[in-house]
Design a protein around this ligand. Structure first.
Ligand SMILES: [Zn+2]
Length: 94
């Protein structure tokens, strides 16, 4: 049965939920059965997502680096529990 929501066509095609081009694995937990129509539709969407990722430079290794940088920026911006004093000491703000 096709796993596309609301579709009950018989499914014959195995689709990668996360496309291999975006680091998806060839394992069962990243696989779903789709009918031919929805597999084509999903693949067309994947191609768009991958093209967008290419433009933003977030594919494969670059994606992981960008995520780490992002969390550093976030903790600097939003973590107000610590305050750095003028002499370089860090104190906890309660
Ligand atoms: Zn379908």
């Amino acid at each position: 049965m096709c796993q596309y929501p609301g579709c009950d066509a018989s499914a014959h095609e195995v689709d990668h939920i996360v496309p291999q081009g975006l680091g998806g694995k060839s394992s069962l937990c990243n696989a779903q059965l789709l009918c031919g129509t929805h597999h084509k539709q999903k693949t067309a969407q994947d191609v768009k997502v991958m093209a967008k990722a290419d433009r933003q430079g977030v594919r494969s290794g670059q994606q992981a680096r960008r995520k780490r940088n992002g969390s550093q920026i976030q903790s600097r911006g939003f973590d107000k529990r610590y305050r750095k004093k003028m002499n370089g000491q860090v104190e906890r703000v309660t």
